[in-house]
Design a protein around this ligand. Sequence first.
Ligand code: HEC
Ligand code: HEC
Ligand code: HEC
Ligand code: HEC
Ligand code: HEC
Length: 489
Amino acid sequence: MVATNRLHLAFVALLWTGCTSTAAPSPESSMTREELVDPERCKSCHPDQYREWASSMHAYATDDPVFTAMCERGQRETGLKLGTFCLKCHAPQAVADELIVSAAEDIYKLPKAYRGVTCFFCHTVDAVTGSHNNGLHQANDLVLRGPLSDPLRTDAHRSSYSTLHDRDQIGSSDLCGSCHDVVAPSGAALERGYAEWHGSVFNQTPGGTTCGQCHMPQSPQSKTVAAVEGAPIRRAHSHMFPAVDTALTEWPDKAAMASAVQTELNKTLQSALCVKKIGAGAQLSVILDNVAGGHGFPSGAALDRRLWVELVAKKAGKMIYQTGNVPDGVVVDDGKDPDLWLLRECAYDANGKLVHMFWQVASVVGNTLPVQLTFNQSDPRFYQSHVRGDFPANGTQLAEMPDEVTLRVRLQPIGRDVLDDLLESGDLTAALRDAMPNWQVGQTLVWTPETATHAFQQDGLAVSCRTETNLNPQADSVPAKRLVGCKAQ
Ligand code: HEC
Ligand code: HEC
Ligand code: HEC
Ligand code: HEC
Ligand code: HEC
């Protein structure tokens, strides 16, 4: 161990001789390991990275009350067999430093410095040894690895360039992916964000796109990335990581996070809404295209996500058809709406019973929107992300031709059914359940004969569509797999 440390030091010192900085080389960091582990210690020199990180789900990962509720319940129901499974990703430094043994109560006692996915954890990874369940290896040389090949020398800490921390290197996705891929104790693949990305058109060099290229956008203006004298002007990279989840409790910059999440959701999908005239009646169809995700949508915690299509058709101001009309705070899928197009993952235990908790899961079946597999339009796989839902779902038709149809795509980050399950087991309070927001994904699309953007003939019938995007509603599409009450329709 000592020998490898020395070797590494020698290597770093060699790099430093090429540095143009005038400061004297600092072979040792002036901060102790204990100090380096604490994100508060980074704040004074890296205020932007700190502020963004502090508002992020990475910082919230151990405090998230749904997380602690599930974790406590998991420990209770498995007789502590869950061990550090959850915390390995949600408080990785605490597990690495053995602050957590197994009891769920340990979570609440954790010092702040060890909560969440911390600066020190990410920035000391020197190897990825597994593609899931946090197979990340940390160096123990106190060198903070990052994207700068010419870091200004600082007495605070030692620095080094690392391809794993450079979003322009395809291998940097492996660092994120190792945590963003969860395999349950049963072996069921629960969260597959990395696996989905790995099999997609985005995993290629050149021409690929890494997790960081989408999720760590560059600052529009160059600025210093360290608040010290003589710091060079560079591009900073956002550490906010907005996607779907937001803090349910008091947390820094909540409003900024909510608006960043909405901005992301606004550009994720492109949708089209078509009305086919059949005699005096009509059929509706909705096409959803996952245009911005580097993986499926929803992805990751798809087990908990509830994404659904809401349609309201009217004639002369009177509602003649609707589906997916779910008031806020209500379980989306009550099994009573046969036309519901709900996109989620359904999990089953070993006896085939529908379950919500990781440790109960033996298998999963889902119908989330797939990721783009090719950019080549002549390849049939091009249209696999062009998914079409027809309404009514059973092939019948609306009795009348509507003159206005409204489409909204909606999302519950964690399904009300999952939260109710935690409420019933006494692990979550009603106030927290009710704090869960509902999101709208993209704009509301209103079709009327006047606002239609496309018209064409299909099987001798007139089809009229509204799309606000460059999506071609006439292009090939894949029929949606429908799940009602988690049963295939
Ligand atoms: C391999 C790493 C890993 C493990 C192990 C893990 N998680 Fe997570 N967890 C994640 C990631 C990554 C996300 C973010 C996923 C997303 O946003 O799609 C997440 C999100 C969550 C969330 C919030 C989002 C949601 O909708 O569910 C909860 C709650 C949660 N995990 C609970 C748990 C519990 C409880 C366990 C243990 C039974 C656990 N996790 C084990 C990586 C992990
Ligand atoms: C006294 C000021 C100071 C403190 C405190 C400090 N840093 Fe730095 N850090 C710097 C400077 C200066 C750079 C180089 C910036 C440049 O070259 O533009 C840097 C660079 C970095 C880099 C990039 C390294 C590379 O080669 O890409 C990372 C990562 C980093 N710091 C993380 C941290 C973390 C994590 C903490 C808290 C534990 C921290 N820093 C605390 C001054 C500081
Ligand atoms: C040590 C494990 C770990 C690593 C490494 C990691 N993450 Fe995460 N990430 C998590 C966990 C855990 C959460 C969820 C926290 C929660 O919601 O409770 C999360 C949340 C997120 C979210 C927000 C998800 C949501 O639904 O709101 C995004 C986006 C994200 N991570 C992207 C990345 C990217 C990009 C990287 C690589 C630069 C990365 N993560 C590296 C564990 C990790
Ligand atoms: C989930 C992993 C992760 C966490 C947590 C994290 N970083 Fe980073 N950080 C990265 C990655 C990846 C990059 C490189 C982005 C790129 O390609 O330029 C980076 C870049 C940086 C840089 C270089 C300047 C820039 O903005 O690109 C600094 C400095 C830095 N991080 C400091 C911090 C500090 C301080 C914290 C905690 C407050 C922190 N990081 C938390 C992954 C992380
Ligand atoms: C081409 C851009 C792109 C790439 C590449 C990409 N993502 Fe995403 N990601 C998105 C978009 C767009 C969303 C959806 C927006 C949202 O959830 O607000 C998203 C959502 C997510 C979420 C939340 C998913 C959910 O439904 O719970 C996580 C977590 C995430 N990404 C992590 C990753 C990781 C890890 C990688 C690399 C393995 C990655 N992303 C690669 C664009 C990308």
